[in-house]
Design a binder for this molecule. Structure first.
Ligand code: CO
Length: 475
């Protein structure tokens, strides 16, 4: 039996937030740099139960959008649930109605038949993972296909959008890559069926038309949370967490439970040309697992690829809510930051460890994407015993592996995002923004750190906790 988290407990970050608020000015401690002007949007789960039904996994919770408006040293805050079909049906029925990453609704045969006959769309669009700009607003994305549009000013959900194409496929990544030169967004769409394949697509600016660039046929598709791009290539890392297509089509278990860890397959890395879609190389390395790529770039014809790598896929189970909320929680696995080098003409990828601490929920200065770079930022799970979440912010110099860290007792940070100081030239001349749970106070804050030193400049505190989220953007 789970007990309610104590006030000084990290587990508050895995509990629901019911309220939707709009606050003109948050109390500020320290100071927010006057040059910092813009909006930080964040996405993540915020409701982990519906009636007496409970979601099983951190990734399942119903998505909420958060908005921090920053300007003139002041910070405003607003939040709203994404009106996904999962949320709308939960409100309507008081039960979990849509399948998520690791939760299926409990439906009797008659109820399931009724769902079908009603014509309601119960394919989840609980897009709680990332946010990308689109036309005059934004899209919230997850790994089911349909994006959900929302208004950046009000956070109101505009609704699910349909892609303007006939591309097959059931699964995509939420970590799209924008290519300024090609005026298009790249993504991977996995088709699972009699023929299974990873399809590289490009979506021209302002459209919802996924143009097929190239594809890789596969017998058992891997679970892909993210991928990399360089100036000329798309890089897909195929970890041995794979699914028998029939198991996914029959869906007798929640989505991710159908995947199997088959380390004997090793890991394959596919390099596909952005222009023309030809496979430029396939490389092999030992079995490992990752959610997130950090950055990739070309050095002549060699591709350098930095990844937050786990020894195996156990981290997927570590994020089950029963584990995260347990009275005696185990630590979550720590990723290590690894560099893979893909040298044409060699079938084996070269690999070395850049740094030992986790660099999970990694980020970089946006202008260094697809380029040689110096700094990766992220969260670590250094872990006091019994703390099953991220508890430090880290900055890794990827050139020499040196690590700078921010840590505070009882503080649990989320994904750090770098914002460059206008006119600054050094890669780390700017701030890091991270939403941090202060478990002792039972509140969350927007933390502003000097990105050079990870020293605290200021924080703006929300009057309640913000459940641990995933990704966001600053504009
Ligand atoms: Co992610």
């Amino acid at each position: 039996m789970l007990t309610a988290p104590a006030k000084n407990d990290y587990r508050l970050g895995f509990t629901s937030l019911a309220s939707e608020t709009n606050l003109a000015a948050l109390p500020i401690e320290g100071s927010i740099p006057p040059w910092l002007t813009g909006t930080l949007l964040r996405n993540g789960p915020a409701r982990f139960e519906v009636g007496s039904d409970r979601y099983r996994h951190w990734f399942d919770g119903l998505g909420m959008l958060h908005k921090f408006g920053i300007g003139g040293g002041a910070v405003s805050y607003a939040n709203r649930f994404l009106r996904s079909n999962g949320f709308v049906e939960a409100e309507r029925t008081g039960r979990i109605a849509c399948s998520e990453f690791d939760t299926d609704p409990k439906r009797s045969f008659a109820e399931a038949l009724g769902d079908r006959l009603s014509g309601r769309n119960l394919t989840s669009n609980n897009a709680n993972v990332t946010i990308v700009p689109f036309r005059d607003g934004y899209l919230a994305l997850t790994e089911t296909i349909a994006p959900v549009a929302f208004d950046g000013a009000t956070l109101e959900t505009r609704g699910e959008l349909a892609y303007d194409d006939a591309l097959p496929g059931q699964i995509t990544t939420a970590h799209t890559h924008y290519d300024r030169a090609r005026r298009a967004t790249f993504n991977i769409v996995t088709q699972v069926g009699r023929k299974s394949q990873y399809q590289v697509v490009r979506i021209p600016d302002g459209t919802l038309r996924r143009e097929l660039v190239g594809s890789v046929t596969v017998d058992k598709p891997a679970y892909l949370h993210a991928f990399s791009t360089t100036e000329r290539y798309v890089v897909i890392v195929e970890y041995p967490l794979v699914v028998n297509p029939l198991d996914l089509l029959l869906r007798r278990k929640p989505f991710i439970e159908n995947y199997r860890w088959e380390p004997g397959r090793g890991t394959r890395i596919h390099v596909i040309a952005k222009d023309g879609g030809a496979t430029a190389g396939t490389y092999e390395t030992e079995a490992f697992f990752a959610f997130h790529h950090v950055n990739a770039f070309e050095e002549g014809d060699t591709i350098v690829l930095d990844i937050s790598a786990y020894a195996d896929a156990g981290i997927v189970n570590d994020f089950k809510l029963d584990n995260l909320l347990a009275d005696e929680a185990g630590k979550i696995a720590r990723a290590e930051l690894r560099r893979y080098r893909l040298v044409p003409g060699r079938s084996a990828a070269e690999v070395r460890r850049i740094a030992a601490p986790a660099t999970e929920l990694p980020s970089i200065a946006p202008r260094t994407a697809t380029k040689p770079y110096a700094y990766a930022y992220g969260v670590d799970a250094a872990g006091a015993d019994g703390v099953a979440t991220f508890d430090a912010l880290v900055k890794v110099d990827v050139r020499d592996g040196s690590v700078t860290r921010w840590f505070a007792q009882g503080a649990y940070p989320g994904e750090p995002l770098f914002v460059a100081r206008p006119g600054g030239t050094d890669e780390d001349d700017g701030v890091l923004l991270s939403v941090v749970l202060d478990a002792n106070a039972g509140t969350s804050s927007l933390l502003v750190l000097d990105a050079r030193t990870l020293s605290q400049l200021g924080r703006a505190t929300v009057p309640h906790h913000i459940p641990f989220g995933f990704h966001g953007l600053f504009r």
